[in-house]
Design a protein. Structure first.
Length: 406
C-alpha cells in the first residue's frame, strides 16, 4: 500500500482553483446533480485576465488572455519552487535542468479519465503549432495522485493519451510525501479520498521563464475544450517568454475578441454547431437538424479511457430508446482513423460527428471527457453531465424528463 501523504492544509494562495475528479469520481453523482451540472464552469470573479484585460505578454491579446485565464505575475517575480522527480521514462528530472527554456507546468492525475484528456490533446496540438520551436518549450506535469506514484503509472497515462511521441512532454512523479510537498510549494490544492483512491486537484498552469521565474499563472478549464484556440494561445504564452520571441511564428488561429462564449447553460439554446461526419468527412451535419425529439449528445475520444466503458452503454440506451430519442456522438480532437476503429470496436450504430479542432466541445463548454448533454425537442439544453454514464443512468434521466413533460 502506498504511503498516505499529509499535504500542508494551508497551501500558498497562488491562484484560483477549478477542481475536477479522478478515476471514478464523477460516476457517483446523483441524478439530481446531473440535472444541475452546469455549475462546473470556473468563476472569473477577481481574475482581471478572465474579465478581458490585456496581458503583458506581447503575443497574447485580451481574448487569448481570457481563454487561458492568464494572470501575469507582478515584479519581483517568484522563483519557481525546485523539483526533484522521476519522469515517465524513469529519468531523474529537476526544474533547474530546463533553464534556458520556457516551461509550462501543470499538476495532473495519472488516473484521470476526463478533463486531463483534453489537456493532453491541447499539448499535442500546441506542439504542432510550435513546430521546430517545440525544442525550446517544455510541458512539465507533476503527478497529483499519490496512490499511483510509480513511473510506470505516469508512463501508462502518457502513452494512452497520445503523448508518447512528444519529446518535450515530461510527466514527473515521486513518493507520496514528495508529491504532497510539491503541490504545497506551488499552492495547488489536492483533496484525497483513501477509500476510492481518487483525487481532486487544482488546474493551475504555471508559465515559467528561461531564468526559472514564474512569469504568469493560468488555468485549465472548460474553455480549454476548444483545442485549436487553447493550444495556440498556450503555445504563444510559452514562446513569449523566450528571448527571441519576436522572431518566432506560432501556427494556428489566435482567439478573436468574439471567440469568448458564455457556454451552453441549462434552459439556454444549445449551440447548433455543424460538423463533418466521422465516417464521411466530406459530408456535414448540424446539431440543429436533430430538433423534434429529445437528443442525447455524447462527447468522447479514442484516447479517453472512461469512454471505453461508456460507449457500449450509450449504444445500449440507443437500442432501447432510439425510436423516441435522437442519439449523436461527437469525437473530440482525435485521429479520425483511430476514432472510427474505436467506434466500430464497440458496435456503435448512432450517428457520429468529428470535432477535430474542439469547436463544438468549446461551444458546449465541456469540462472533460466523456461528457453528455441532453437537448429538448425545441433545442433547449436540459441536462449537462460530466463523466461516464451507464445505460441505466441515462435511461433514468431520459424517462424522468419525459415524465416531467420536457
Amino acid at each position: 500500500m502506498p504511503e498516505t501523504p499529509t499535504p500542508d492544509p494551508t497551501p500558498i494562495p497562488r491562484g484560483r482553483a477549478l477542481l475536477w475528479g479522478g478515476a471514478g469520481t464523477l460516476l457517483l453523482m446523483a441524478v439530481v446533480v446531473v440535472l444541475l451540472a452546469s455549475g462546473m464552469v470556473p468563476s472569473t470573479r477577481g481574475n482581471p485576465a478572465a474579465q478581458g484585460s490585456t496581458a503583458v505578454e506581447p503575443g497574447i491579446n485580451a481574448a487569448a488572455s481570457t481563454l487561458l485565464q492568464l494572470d501575469p505575475q507582478s515584479a519581483p517575480q517568484l522563483t519557481a519552487p525546485a523539483l526533484s522527480l522521476t519522469d515517465q521514462a524513469g529519468r531523474h528530472v529537476t526544474l533547474a535542468q530546463f533553464r534556458g527554456k520556457s516551461v509550462v507546468l501543470s499538476f495532473n492525475d495519472d488516473k484521470c479519465e476526463d478533463l486531463c484528456t483534453l489537456l493532453a490533446q491541447d499539448v499535442v496540438a500546441a506542439n504542432k503549432d510550435l513546430g521546430a520551436n517545440a525544442k525550446d518549450v517544455v510541458f512539465l506535469s507533476i503527478n497529483a495522485n499519490p496512490y499511483y506514484p510509480s513511473p510506470s503509472a505516469v508512463k501508462e497515462w502518457t502513452d494512452s493519451h497520445g503523448l508518447a511521441g512528444d519529446t518535450n512532454w515530461v510527466f514527473g512523479t515521486g513518493s507520496p510525501k514528495q508529491l504532497a510537498a510539491d503541490a504545497a510549494a506551488y499552492g495547488v490544492p489536492i483533496e484525497l479520498d483513501p477509500k476510492t483512491k481518487s483525487v481532486v486537484h487544482g488546474t493551475e498552469i504555471f508559465y515559467i521563464d528561461p531564468a526559472g521565474k514564474e512569469a504568469a499563472l493560468g488555468q485549465f478549464g472548460t474553455a480549454s475544450a476548444n483545442t485549436e484556440l487553447y493550444a495556440h494561445a498556450m503555445a504563444q504564452a510559452a514562446v513569449d517568454l523566450l528571448p527571441n520571441a519576436a522572431s518566432i511564428h506560432v501556427a494556428g488561429p489566435s482567439p478573436a475578441a468574439t471567440a469568448s462564449q458564455a457556454g451552453a447553460s441549462i434552459n439556454a439554446a444549445a449551440p447548433a454547431i455543424t460538423l463533418p461526419r466521422l465516417s464521411h468527412p466530406n459530408s456535414t451535419t448540424s446539431l440543429g437538424a436533430f430538433k423534434g425529439k429529445v437528443t442525447v449528445v455524447n462527447f468522447w475520444a479514442s484516447t479517453c479511457t472512461a469512454c471505453v466503458a461508456e460507449m457500449p452503454a450509450i449504444e445500449q440506451a440507443h437500442k432501447n430508446l432510439g425510436k423516441s430519442t435522437n442519439f449523436v456522438g461527437i469525437d473530440v480532437a482525435d485521429n479520425p482513423r483511430d476514432a472510427a476503429a474505436f467506434a466500430a470496436r464497440y458496435g456503435t450504430t448512432y450517428p457520429l460527428l468529428s470535432d477535430p479542432a474542439g469547436t463544438a466541445s468549446g461551444a458546449y463548454q465541456i469540462p472533460g471527457l466523456p461528457f453528455t448533454a441532453v437537448i429538448g425537442p425545441d433545442g433547449t439544453m436540459l441536462v449537462r453531465h460530466p463523466g461516464a454514464m451507464t445505460a441505466e443512468q441515462l435511461e433514468y434521466v431520459l424517462h424522468s424528463l419525459a415524465q416531467g413533460g420536457s
